[in-house]
Write a protein that binds this ligand. Structure first.
Ligand code: TEU
Ligand code: CA
Length: 531
């Protein structure tokens, strides 16, 4: 077996080697990272106080999830004012101070843009409710009369991503569209006010020195003319990107990304990465054409099962998406919407071993990597009690889907019991498990065998080793259930997804996710780097 996906990345737009191309980004779910004022909810001051940790970890850039003024129906992804900081998280001074300190440590900082929808408490939506049917204020959203004789049926059959219909009826009988929670009305991107306001928001954050954006639901935004019904397979109600899904990835979305790019390009060195859940690679690549986004998340690796064939296919596909437009790819193992990798890969010891191997694999790959806070500690998904669940998915699915809270439990910093120094207060916004004493930052920093130490070693090697370079990878033959590839610069990465040891490829091991199984043998569920 010798597959080659060698492609020399074309330089484009400005710098031959922009900082984001091979950067390691660290995603901070702001509510859950560190609490600076004792109310049990993470905030900007908490992040600022923990910046030395992030510098020690060895990442290049941070991405903060929304910290804007919000009623928190979707924990900040329901934005009431995109140019104001919510009091729960701090204020603009706290943001500026955080940004200045991050820059002083050499860390770049991205903020989240949420252009698909606003909060129902956004001034525009309040105006729209008051102004009535047919008004210019309603034209900024998608208001429609209902179907049926009395208009009591939703205008079309679209489901909300969080369960239930994507339409909400209001008192005067009209309905409005919300692809997510009813508190997140979708904006109408054919209305010029909408684009003008996003431009203001982009400039507002870039003028403060922010390095760029993660763009929420970047495959949403544009809606098909007339909002027709879509085909909904009987077995699915809420997964986005079902075939023929008219809610996402409409051709008109690309004009909006070109607009965003024109604005961002006025600020040299800044960038935007889109959250695009599009499983067709050719369509996914459209979002990173030279005049659109700089990067797009690529979820193939996150969605691959723990099997060599699936991992290889995910890597080849992701790599090709990038190189088809002259870019290096992006890699993601988890984020605040997905099951934590330790749990996804089998939980317990098996899950931990595989998550260790997965990060060794991921950090060997050419391109940019996004790490979700807590992954570096090996945090598992938490099975929270029903009465603690806050994700709107839980209620909207009629308690069929537990939602994403299990991946959003606050970070354990030190100590042996909740709240593990996440807060100086007693309670945390989601309860923390009693058995996380071994998973704190403090404990793992002191343990050479911890997940955190593995991340730190891998990140340091990635930064320092000359072998970790070049955009291409060449595949080696590998035993069944295993994979091995070599980067242009000379690094070999081997991964064993079986449960029995296999011989390592030739070379000197510089990093291994588990102790080697005797001379030159890579144990099961492990990965290694060789030079
Ligand atoms: O997620 C968008 C989105 O489509 C996700 O719901 C995704 O499809 C799903 O979780 C895959 O399992 C973004 C944010 O990341 C999410 O936290 C927000 O709730 C959502 O947008 C609405 O703003
Ligand atoms: Ca707080």
């Amino acid at each position: 077996m010798h597959r080659s996906v060698d492609v020399v990345a074309r330089d484009r737009a400005g710098s031959a080697n922009p900082w984001w191309r091979e950067a390691v980004f660290y995603q901070i779910y702001v509510r859950s990272f560190a609490d600076g004022n004792g109310d049990g909810i993470g905030d900007l001051a908490g992040i600022r106080a923990r910046l030395p940790y992030l510098s020690l970890l060895g990442v290049d850039a941070l991405w903060l999830t929304p910290f804007y003024s919000s009623p928190m129906a979707d924990h900040g992804y329901d934005v009431a004012d995109p140019r104001a900081v919510d009091g729960v998280f701090g204020d603009l001074d706290a943001f500026d101070a955080l940004l200045a300190d991050a820059h002083a440590l050499g860390l770049k900082l991205l903020v989240d843009l949420v252009p698909n929808h606003t909060s129902d408490e956004h001034v525009w939506f309040q105006e729209a409710l008051a102004a009535g049917p047919g008004s210019p204020a309603r034209a900024r959203y998608h208001f429609r009369p209902g179907r049926g004789a009395d208009g009591s049926e939703p205008p079309n059959n679209w489901p909300s991503v969080f369960g239930g219909p994507a339409w909400q009826r209001i008192d005067d009988g009209e309905w409005y569209l919300h692809l997510f929670a009813p508190q997140q009305p979708d904006l109408n991107w054919t209305n010029p006010d909408v684009a003008a306001d996003l431009e203001r928001t982009i400039c507002f954050w870039l003028d403060r020195g922010t390095d760029g954006f993660r763009i929420d639901v970047a495959h949403g935004l544009a809606k098909p003319p007339g909002l027709p019904d879509m085909d909904i397979p009987a077995d699915t109600a809420i997964l986005p990107e079902i075939p023929g899904d008219l809610r996402f990835d409409q051709d008109g979305v690309h004009d909006l990304h070109r607009m965003i790019r024109r604005v961002v390009d006025r600020y040299p060195g800044r960038m935007a990465v889109g959250e695009v859940w599009v499983r067709d690679d050719e369509r996914l690549a459209r979002y990173i054409r030279p005049d659109e986004l700089h990067q797009v998340f690529n979820f193939h690796l996150l969605e691959a099962a723990w099997k060599a064939e699936e991992l290889i296919a995910a890597i080849v596909r992701s790599h090709d998406v990038g190189t088809s437009v002259g870019l290096t790819p992006t890699w993601v193992l988890s984020n605040h919407d997905t099951i934590r990798e330790v749990t996804r890969y089998g939980d317990g010891d098996t899950g931990r071993r595989r998550a260790r191997a997965a990060i060794v694999l991921e950090l060997a790959l050419p391109g940019a990597t996004y790490i979700y806070n807590g992954a570096e500690l090996g945090l598992p998904e938490v099975r929270l009690p029903d009465d603690a669940l806050q994700d709107p998915t839980w209620e909207r699915s009629g308690h069929r889907e537990r939602g994403r809270d299990g991946a959003r439990v606050p970070m354990p910093w030190s100590g042996v019991q909740p709240p593990y120094d996440f807060t100086t207060g007693a309670a945390t916004w989601l309860p923390m498990p009693d058995d996380w004493a071994e998973l704190t930052v403090e404990r793992e920093l002191d343990d050479a065998g911890s997940m955190l130490s593995l991340y730190r070693q891998a990140l340091a090697l990635r930064r320092d080793r000359p072998e970790m370079t070049g955009p291409g990878i060449a595949w080696y033959g590998a035993p069944d259930g295993c994979l091995a590839f070599r980067r242009d610069g000379g690094l070999t990465c081997a991964l064993n997804a079986t449960d029995a040891p296999v011989p390592l490829p030739p070379g000197t091991v510089v990093l291994a996710s588990a102790p080697l199984a005797g001379d030159g043998m890579l144990p099961g569920d492990a990965a290694a780097w060789l030079v």
